[in-house]
Write a protein that binds this ligand. Structure first.
Ligand SMILES: Nc1ncnc2c1ncn2[C@@H]1O[C@H](COP(=O)(O)OP(=O)(O)OP(=O)(O)O)[C@@H](O)[C@H]1O
Ligand SMILES: [Mg+2]
Length: 388
C-alpha cells in the first residue's frame, strides 16, 4: 500500500477543525500540535501532541522524526509564526522567514508598506507613553489609534479623541503586547473591508472581498461580515491591485492571506493590516466557500504541499454573512430569525455565559450565526437586522 503523505497541523481548537477534517478527507496522515485544553481536534487527528503552538523549537524536534511533507494552519498569527518556522527549517513549501515578522508586527508592516510606496498614515512605535512623547506623539493630529504592535482579536485597541486618554491607552496596549510595545497611528476614515487571498509561488489570487461591521470607537470589535461586499467592479479592480502590492511588500508568496482595509468616501484605499493566513471569524472557513464555491481550506492544503490551488467551483449561494451575538438583544433577534427564516441559517454557536457582560475584544463575544441565501439584499437585511 502506498504510504500516506504527512501533514503537520498547528492548533486544534474549533477554528482548526475544518483543516484537520479536510486533511483526513484527502487521505493525508495528520499530526496535530496544540495545548490539550480546548483541543477539540484531538479526536479527529491521527496523531496528537499536547505541545503549545508557541513552542516552535520543541515542535521542530518532533517534526524531524515525523518527516512531514507539509505544515499548515488556518487559525491565528501565533500558529502561522510556528508554521513559518517549521517550513523554513524543514525545507517545506511556505513563506520566507521574514514574512513571520512583516505580516505580524504592525510597526514593521507599516515600514514595509511605506517602503513599497503604499499609502501609510503617520505612525510611531514605543514601549511607554514617555517614549511616545519623545517621538512626537504630542504633535499627532486627533483622532489617532493606539494598539499593541503584535496582537490580534482587537485586544488593547483604543481610538484617542482627546490627548488626555493617550497615556492610559499606551499602558493598556503595551500590557497586551508580547514585546510590550504599542503603535500609535493616524486614524483613517472609511468603510471597512477584508480581502481573502491565496498565493502560490509568488502569484496571487483574490478569492473574495468581505464587508466588515464593527462596534466602532473605541475598541472596533467585529460585529458582522457580509459577502459579497457591494463594491463596484472598478473599485474591486483597484482593491485587487493594491492587495497584490501589499502581499509582495510583505513577501507573502504561498498560502492564504487576509488583508484588512478601509475605503474613504472619495475612493481612497487605506490599509489596516495583512495576515499571512486565512481570515478568522468564519470568513475563510465558511463565508468564502459559501459565496464562491471555492474550497479555500483545500487550497491552503494544496499550497502547503507546494501544489497549485485547485480552483474548482462547487455550487454556492449569492450571498452569506455572519453576525456576532454581542448582547441579549442580539440573541433575541437570532431567536426571532430561527422562527421567521430558519432555512437561511447555516449554523450557529452560542456561548453559555452571562449575556450582560459587554465584550471588550473579539474573544469575549457571546456567539454567532451564519446566514446564506440567493437574495443578496435579503441576506444583508438579515445580517444588519434592518427589517425582514
Ligand atoms: N489606523 C487606523 N485607522 C482607523 N481604524 C483603525 C486603525 N487601526 C485600527 N483600526 C480599527 O481597529 C480594528 C482592529 O485593528 P487591527 O486589525 O490592527 O487589530 P487586531 O487586534 O489585529 O484586530 P483583528 O484581529 O480583529 O483584525 C480595525 O479593523 C479598524 O476598525
Ligand atoms: Mg486586524
Amino acid at each position: 500500500m502506498e504510504k500516506k503523505q504527512r501533514v503537520v497541523i498547528i492548533g486544534a481548537n474549533e477554528f482548526q477543525l475544518p483543516l484537520i477534517r479536510k486533511a483526513s478527507e484527502r487521505g493525508f496522515e495528520t499530526h496535530v500540535f496544540a495545548w490539550e485544553k480546548g483541543a477539540v481536534g484531538k479526536e479527529e487527528a491521527d496523531y496528537f501532541y499536547p505541545v503549545s503552538i508557541t513552542e516552535k523549537e520543541t515542535i521542530l524536534e518532533y517534526c524531524r522524526r515525523i518527516k512531514p511533507e507539509a505544515a499548515a494552519t488556518i487559525g491565528s498569527d501565533l500558529a502561522e509564526v510556528t508554521v513559518n518556522y517549521l517550513t523554513n527549517h524543514l525545507g517545506l513549501p511556505g513563506n520566507p522567514p521574514e514574512t513571520a515578522v512583516f505580516a505580524v508586527n504592525k510597526y514593521i508592516m507599516r515600514k514595509k508598506l511605506r517602503e513599497a510606496g503604499l499609502y501609510t498614515p503617520r505612525f510611531i512605535e514605543a514601549g511607554s507613553f514617555a517614549e511616545a512623547e519623545e517621538k512626537g506623539l504630542g504633535s499627532f493630529p486627533l483622532p489617532f489609534i493606539i494598539k499593541p504592535v503584535d496582537r490580534s482579536g482587537s485586544r488593547g485597541i483604543n481610538r484617542i479623541d482627546d490627548y488626555g486618554q493617550a497615556e492610559a491607552a499606551f499602558r493598556e496596549a503595551c500590557g497586551h503586547s508580547f514585546e510590550k510595545k504599542a503603535i500609535a497611528e493616524e486614524y483613517m476614515e472609511g468603510a471597512e473591508y477584508s480581502c481573502e487571498g491565496i498565493s502560490s509561488e509568488g502569484r496571487h489570487y483574490l478569492l473574495q472581498v468581505t464587508k466588515k461591521y464593527t462596534t466602532g470607537s473605541p475598541h472596533f470589535i467585529e460585529t458582522a461580515h457580509i459577502e459579497p461586499c457591494g463594491l463596484s467592479g472598478e473599485m474591486l479592480e483597484k482593491v485587487r491591485e493594491t492587495v497584490f502590492r501589499v502581499l509582495d511588500a510583505l513577501h507573502i508568496r504561498n498560502g492564504a492571506s487576509h488583508t484588512e482595509l478601509r475605503i474613504s468616501g472619495d475612493g481612497e484605499i487605506r490599509l489596516i493590516e495583512t495576515g499571512a493566513r486565512m481570515g478568522g471569524d468564519c470568513i475563510g472557513s465558511d463565508l468564502v466557500p459559501l459565496t464562491t464555491g471555492y474550497d479555500y481550506v483545500g487550497m491552503v492544503l494544496d499550497t502547503a504541499f507546494g501544489r497549485m490551488p485547485d480552483f474548482t467551483v462547487s455550487p454556492h449561494r449569492a450571498a452569506a454573512g455572519i453576525r456576532f451575538i454581542m448582547n441579549r438583544r442580539d440573541l433575541e433577534y437570532f431567536e426571532s430569525l430561527q422562527k421567521k427564516a430558519p432555512e437561511a441559517i447555516v449554523r450557529s454557536f452560542i456561548e453559555e455565559r452571562d449575556l450582560s457582560a459587554v465584550p471588550g475584544d473579539s474573544g469575549s463575544r457571546h456567539g454567532f450565526f451564519l446566514i446564506a441565501g440567493d437574495d443578496t439584499e435579503e441576506v444583508r437585511r438579515m445580517i444588519e437586522n434592518s427589517g425582514i
